[in-house]
Structures are given as structure tokens and as C-alpha cells.
Design a protein around this ligand. Structure first.
Ligand code: NAD
Length: 500
């Protein structure tokens, strides 16, 4: 990660408005657009093409055609795919400063985050997969196998799934657009990317770079957006689409699974979370809790894996709350262009109202508001939310169970480790979690009993291109990253041969 020395040409910038369909950058059929709002100023920053059913239909047809005709030998030539994705990565790197301004404008992300997850990391990811794909064995000899009295030699062929719809959310749009498109392209698929309408430019810019700066054949990579989710939904039920990869809420994930069922599409679902941080009795609260509380406020709490439920030993509640309250009251948030801020606004007025409504309901049903809970008086413009700490939270209450997606931390006391583990496991989600202890072995012993897709013990991180990321229970199906993540975009064909 590079450290910026100046803000460069900081300032609001509108992104690409056009869709990428069948190799052409085009307006929506009929020319409609929708507004893109800057959440830090509440002003219209620009527009994006409002794709119609006809636009989505043309994109699906073009993808089907390109995949079935094996355009540019795409399905069979990994070297060509790697060459094209490397061009895409180089185009992203060249556009880096433009993208930085666009991302801060449309997400309201603190600019500091563009030196990590919002921009630097996705560019790194786009550069990682080409060599991975070059080294991947798409045809493997697996030796001899016996069954039903016969012995045969076998090979496994890893083949692309086909036309893949990639649907992404707004909280880390470039990162998720890359994560859902690049490995899938390198696996040999034709990808139709559908970015979230609150942050369309991160995806449309990717389309522009693909069209102008790469040799990707028409129809192999397309980007379509619509302000109407019912229009986008055709990607999830059209029989010409073979697979849907989705990152977003569990509620929408359920709808997509239902829509994909009649045509038995392959699906990968990266869904919501309600991650728990179990702080063990032997932990040093003065080092653990500032990070725990501050971490949730970064990205304004709009991160799927953030551990928003903190469990503290009952005897240490007062000590812990004092540390967390002080952290949250001094947490640097506000103007996203200021490098010293780590929190910006919520993405929208609707999202802010939802988060503040959840906090008010929690207080009405018995939780104690320790700090925050409203709109900051010093930031009258922009969708800001005060860092908010709630204690006495019943883990079975709505705020203890439902994803908040705002800078809100809840604290619940526990008496025994078994009780803490039971609370952590008692949600419909299972995306991530954390355990803190004065002893790594103790943290690991507890981490082994928490049922999630990933978990960090004593600040150990699972976040890496080589580690599988995903959820259990209603946090999702399948994995992103690592070998497992790449193989999600492939089908496996077993071939039997005579044993001679
Ligand atoms: P969302 O579910 O509302 O929307 C996600 C995407 O789905 C958007 O592009 C939206 O336009 C589209 N969509 C909505 N309805 C659709 C339909 N019927 N058919 C097809 N597409 C449809 O999510 P959001 O509010 O954009 O993002 C926040 C959510 O994303 C949170 O729940 C968060 O936990 C989750 N998330 C999960 C991960 C992960 O890795 N598990 C990562 C980031 C975000």
C-alpha cells in the first residue's frame, strides 16, 4: 500500500455514463439517465445511463453469442485471457487518480480508504489473477479409479460455466466489481457486470477501460446498470444466463436464488453478516477495544465483515464501555476528502434513516445509549451518523440480530465462554468474527467453536487474495478468493479412459 503525500487534484468528479454492450459504449435505449448523488454533499454529482429491459436483453444475447462462438478463442486460450486482463489492470492503474476522485464522489468513502480496499487493493487483485490462471491446470490426470468392477484412467477438465451475471453492492464497488469479474473472465466465462445504482461509475469506468484499452472480444465483458431492480432481475431468471454471482444483502440473495431456481443456475452468494467479537477475560481491553470500536466506524460501518456485536465478560463491562465510548467520541469522521478521516457519510438518506431507526427502536426496547445515536450537529450536510455505542443489548433483540450497516457497536455481557460462543453462533448469519485474548492458543480454542466462514483470532487477518472468503448459514454460498474462489467459476468434467 502506498502512502499519499498530497491530495493531488482532489475534488468531485463525475464518472462514465455509458453502458458497455457488445463491445460498444452506449447510452440506454431511449436515452434515459438517473442521478448519482454525492452522499457527502447531498448534491447531484452526475448521471448514469438507466438501462432498460431491452439493454439487458441485448447484453445477454451478445454474451451468449460470444461465449458460444468462442470469440477470440476465449474459452480455450488462457494466455489471451491473461493478456486482456493485464491490459485491464494496466488501464486501471493509469486511471488511478481519476478513479480515486470518482470513488470518493459516489461512495463518500474517506480518501484514505482508496489507498487500501476501495482502489489500491482491487488494482492489485486485477494484477494477481492473470498469473494464477496461467498456472492453473485446466486439464488434470488423476490416475486410475475403480468402481463397479472396472478400473479406468481419469482426467478432470475444468471448463468455464458460460454466461455469468455478476451483481454487486455499493459499499466497496470497484473492489467487488473486480472480485466478481476478473477471476470469472480468466476462467473463460462471458461476464455481464451489474453494479449497484447508488455507485454505478466504478463499474461503468471499468467498462470504459475494457472497451478502450483492452482486446477483450465484444460480448465477453459487458457492464449494464439500471435504476430499477426489476429490470436488472432479468439477469437472474433469463435461461441464457448460466450462473449468477452476487454480493449483497441476504434479503435480495433469497430473491435471486428463487429466480435462478427454475433454470438451475449455478450461484455464488456473498451475503449479509452480523459478526461477533468475543473479548475473553484475559484480554487487554486497552489495546483490544479501541480497535474493535474504531474498526466498526471505519467505512461508516458499511462493511459486511465488521464485528459489530462485542461480547464482554460481565465483570469488565464498565471498564470496557469507558474505553469504547472514548474511542467513538474521538473517532475521526467527516469530509471524505480529508486524509485524516476514517469515516464518511452513510451512502444515502434512506440508509441513514434505517440505521438511526434501528438505534431508536433498540433504545425503546431496553438497550442503553452510551454515545451517539443521531445526526452530528457539526455536519449538517451529508448523510452522516454519529458513531454510536449501545450497551445492555439483548442478543436476541432486533439490534442484536439484524445487520445494521452503520457505525453502531452493541455490547452484551456474558458469564461463561460457552455462553459467549453460543451467543456468537445464535444468528442467521455466519460471515466473520473475532476473538481476543491475552493468549493466542486460548483465542484459537474459542475461534474453533464459532461457526463462521472466516474468523480472526487476536487480530490475525483472513483477508487475502489467497484465503477463501465467504459465509455459512444465511451469509452465503460458495467462496471468493483462493483456489476455492477461482474454481467457483468453473465446472468440472470427469473423463474416463481405458487403463492401458
Ligand atoms: P442489496 O442486496 O440491496 O443490492 C445488491 C445488488 O443487487 C445491487 O446491485 C442491487 O441493484 C441488486 N439487486 C437488488 N434487487 C435485485 C433483484 N431483484 N435482482 C437482481 N439484482 C438486484 O445490497 P446493498 O444494499 O447494495 O449492499 C449492502 C449489502 O451487501 C449488505 O447486506 C452487506 O452485508 C452485503 N455485502 C456482503 C459482502 C460479502 O462479501 N458477503 C460484501 C459486501 C457487501
Amino acid at each position: 500500500m502506498t502512502t499519499p503525500t498530497t491530495h493531488g487534484a482532489a475534488g468531485v468528479l463525475a464518472g462514465e455514463e455509458r453502458l458497455l454492450i457488445d463491445g460498444e459504449l452506449v447510452g440506454a435505449a431511449g436515452g434515459a439517465t438517473f442521478d448519482v448523488i454525492n452522499p457527502a454533499t447531498e448534491e447531484v454529482a452526475g448521471v448514469a445511463a438507466d438501462g432498460t429491459a431491452d439493454d439487458f436483453d441485448r447484453a445477454i444475447a451478445a454474451a451468449r453469442r460470444a461465449f458460444d462462438a468462442n470469440a477470440g478463442n476465449w474459452r480455450d486460450d488462457v494466455e489471451f485471457r491473461a493478456h486482456c486482463v493485464t491490459q485491464l489492470r494496466d488501464g486501471l492503474a493509469r486511471a488511478q487518480e481519476r478513479l480515486r476522485r470518482i470513488l470518493v464522489t459516489e461512495i463518500g468513502t474517506p480518501i484514505a480508504m482508496t489507498y487500501g480496499i476501495q482502489l489500491a487493493f482491487p488494482i492489485e487483485e486485477a494484477g494477481y489473477w492473470p498469473d494464477y490462471a496461467r498456472g492453473f491446470q485446466f486439464l488434470r490426470d488423476t490416475g486410475t479409479h475403480s468402481g463397479l468392477g472396472m478400473t479406468s484412467r481419469q482426467k478432470l477438465q475444468y471448463i468455464p460455466v458460460g454466461v455469468v451475471a455478476a451483481i454487486t453492492p455499493w459499499n466497496a464497488p470497484l473492489y467487488l466489481n473486480i472480485a466478481e469479474s476478473v477471476p470469472s473472465l480468466l476462467a473463460g466465462n462471458a461476464v455481464i457486470l451489474k453494479p449497484a445504482q447508488l455507485t454505478p461509475w466504478a463499474g461503468l469506468e471499468l467498462g470504459r477501460i475494457a472497451a478502450e484499452e483492452t482486446d477483450i472480444p465484444p460480448g465477453i465483458f459487458q457492464v449494464v446498470v439500471s435504476n430499477d431492480n426489476d429490470v436488472a432481475a432479468r439477469l437472474t431468471f433469463d435461461p441464457r444466463v448460466d450462473m449468477v454471482t452476487f454480493t449483497g444483502s441476504t434479503a435480495v440473495g433469497r430473491k435471486i436464488l428463487a429466480a435462478a431456481a427454475p433454470t438451475v443456475k449455478k450461484t455464488v452468494m456473498e451475503l449479509g453478516g452480523k459478526s461477533t467479537h468475543i473479548v475473553l477475560d484475559d484480554a487487554d481491553l486497552s489495546t483490544v477495544l479501541p480497535r474493535a470500536a474504531g474498526g466498526v466506524c471505519s467505512m461508516s460501518g458499511q462493511g459486511c465483515t465488521l464485528a459489530t456485536r462485542v461480547l464482554l465478560p460481565r465483570a469488565r463491562i464498565a471498564e470496557g464501555l469507558a474505553i469504547m465510548k472514548a474511542t467513538m467520541e474521538h473517532f475521526p469522521y467527516g469530509d471524505p476528502w480529508d486524509m485524516s478521516n476514517y469515516g464518511g457519510p452513510a451512502i444515502s438518506d434512506v440508509q441513514r434513516a434505517k440505521v438511526l431507526g434501528m438505534v431508536a427502536d433498540a433504545v425503546a426496547s431496553g438497550a442503553t445509549l452510551v454515545t451517539g445515536g443521531g445526526r452530528p450537529a457539526h455536519l449538517p450536510t451529508g448523510y452522516y451518523i454519529e458513531p454510536t455505542l449501545l450497551s445492555d443489548v439483548d442478543p436476541r433483540s432486533a439490534i442484536g440480530q439484524d445487520e445494521t450497516f452503520g457505525p453502531v457497536v452493541t455490547v452484551t455481557p456474558y458469564d461463561t465462554e460457552d455462553e459467549a460462543i453460543a451467543i456468537a453462533n445464535d444468528t442467521i448469519y455466519g460471515l466473520a468474527g473475532e476473538v481476543s485474548s491475552g493468549d493466542d492458543d486460548h483465542a484459537l480454542a474459542v475461534a474453533l467453536k464459532v461457526h463462521t466462514g472466516t474468523i480472526g483470532a487476536n487480530v490475525g487477518s483472513t483477508f487475502s487474495l489467497t484465503s477463501p472468503l465467504g459465509g455459512v448459514r444465511q451469509s452465503g454460498l460458495g467462496r471468493r478468493y483462493g483456489e476455492q474462489g477461482f474454481e467457483e467459476y468453473l465446472e468440472i468434467k470427469a473423463i474416463g479412459l481405458p487403463d492401458r
